[in-house]
Ligand binder design. Structure first.
Ligand code: ATP
Ligand code: MG
Length: 178
């Protein structure tokens, strides 16, 4: 059999769809028999719908795990230290998962945010990616992906905002936003 070439995939940009596209990949990979881990770097970024869907899929054969990490993070927060600690912890969890050889696909959701707001360093993320097992696919989501991570990646997609219902004052819709 042909050897798997693990890809580094980045979903960035200011348009909606970065996390949902990553979850779409997870769904495809699950259907193909891969083992998947989804890690959350910013608390509250996942919605009930996807948490519930993944929990039920995982009940079938334990091949798709979702771990919620980090603390709620808002730009205006005063106590950044707590968030740095949480994001560092998330990074350690990712390192463990990378070394475990338990997964074929690992999604680091909103990790680009964590780097953008200096909760973790770009160098640490780069180091993590560089020493990953050769077969492992990794997806990094979040706006404003750092240039050095984009450079390292094999597949980079930028979602571009064209329209968003919030601009018209349309409120969040079940199944679309949560
Ligand atoms: P989704 O989880 O829907 O795929 P995303 O991962 O691309 O979105 P994030 O930057 O993680 O987007 O932001 C998450 C939340 O912000 C979502 O509820 C999303 O609808 C909202 N959002 C994303 N892009 C925009 C935008 N351009 N204008 C307003 N709200 C947005
Ligand atoms: Mg997102």
């Amino acid at each position: 059999m042909e050897e798997t070439k693990g890809l580094i995939i980045v979903h960035t940009g200011d348009g909606k769809g970065k996390t949902t596209a990553a979850l779409g990949l997870a769904l495809r990979a699950w259907g193909d028999g891969l083992k998947i881990l989804i890690l959350q770097f910013i608390k509250g970024s996942w919605k009930y719908g996807e948490i519930e869907a993944i929990r039920r899929l995982n009940e079938i054969d334990g091949r798709i795990e979702l771990k919620r990490l980090g603390k709620g993070f808002q730009r205006q927060t005063k106590d950044k230290g707590e968030h740095i600690e949480a994001a560092q912890e998330a990074l350690k969890e990712a390192e463990k998962a990378f070394e475990s050889n338990n997964y074929d696909l690992i999604i680091l959701d909103e990790i680009n945010y964590a780097v953008k707001f200096d909760l973790i360093s770009a160098a640490a993320v780069k180091a993590l990616l560089e020493k990953r097992p050769a077969y492992l696919h990794v997806v990094l989501t979040g706006r404003d992906a750092r240039e050095e991570i984009v450079e390292l990646a094999d597949l980079v997609t930028e979602m571009r905002l064209v329209k968003h219902p919030y601009q018209k004052g349309i409120r969040a819709q079940k199944g679309i936003e949560f």
